[in-house]
Design a binder for this molecule. Structure first.
Ligand code: MF3
Ligand code: CO
Length: 257
């Protein structure tokens, strides 16, 4: 899973570097296909329930699962790119939010709080914690930052030999519930947060999830392994070493590739 995670991490970094005004999300999909080929990896998303691309590229009021298209991105867009890869049968799944052109303060804050809530959840991916400790850490981080909408219809998930496995990992809820976390589990933690209401609907293409009120959204995701020595973020280049060191959390990332 670390091999798959690194393919995902490298690809999302390249996409974040190349995305900008005038670039299309179809261009970004082609970049992801190139990286898969280079790595000898298989896309997780292509043909998943008939999904037609290797990335999801959700712009502005699109929250998740939007299909790449030939519309050029413009200054001020907020773009979430979700990408998954399979290496030797094992999956990695991650998403990043990218601001196109000049950052807009409100959107930067939205992306930052969504990302911070993901990390708060990742930090709880520890043996002995319960699943909903992750959910609660995500929710309380967002709630403490202001008035944001947290999607309830979509959740994080277990991941391993398939992209979506049990258990679902909601981005809200009281702590102390659900299965105990034990070494060997792997989870995808993925808050989806809006500047307005949490309510969403799916477009006629059967994929694109948009906010009902048209408010803009952010999606961040990482795949994390629960180990005896703490969380190991498989879809980050450094495994989460920098974040966990800064927050005083033990992690095997510091001593692994
Ligand atoms: N990667 C998404 C998730 O984080 C699922 C993508 S659905 C697909 O769970 F159809 F695009 F694959
Ligand atoms: Co996922």
């Amino acid at each position: 899973m670390r091999k798959a995670g690194l393919v995902v991490a490298h690809t999302l970094l390249r996409i974040a570097n190349e995305a900008g005004p005038g670039v299309t999300t179809a261009d970004l999909d082609r970049i992801a296909r190139e990286e898969l080929k280079r790595a000898g990896a298989i896309p997780s998303f292509l043909d998943y329930h008939g999904y037609p691309s290797v990335i999801c590229s959700s712009v502005n009021e699109e929250v998740v699962h939007a299909i790449p298209n030939e519309r050029p991105l413009i200054d001020g867009d907020i773009l979430s790119v979700d990408f998954g890869a399979i290496v030797q049968g094992w999956h990695g799944d991650a998403a990043v939010t990218i601001e196109i052109g000049e950052p807009i303060e409100e959107q930067t804050r939205l992306s930052n709080v969504t990302r911070a809530s993901m990390w708060a959840g990742l930090a709880k991916a520890q043996p002995g914690n319960r699943l909903s400790d992750i959910s609660n850490a995500v929710e309380t981080t967002i709630d403490a930052a202001g008035e944001y909408g947290i999607l309830q219809e979509y959740t994080g998930h277990g991941i391993g030999t398939e992209m979506h496995m049990d258990p679902a990992v909601p981005n809200y809820g009281a702590p102390g519930h659900g299965p105990e976390l034990v070494p060997g589990m792997a989870l995808a933690i993925e808050p989806m947060v809006t500047l307005g209401s949490r309510h969403v609907r799916t477009l006629a293409d059967h994929w694109t999830v948009v906010t009902v009120d048209g408010s803009r959204a952010s999606h961040w995701e990482n795949t994390v392994a629960i180990t005896e020595e703490g969380p190991w973020v498989l879809t980050e280049l450094d495994g989460g070493a920098e974040y966990f060191a800064a927050h005083g959390i033990a992690s095997p990332a510091a001593s692994r590739d």
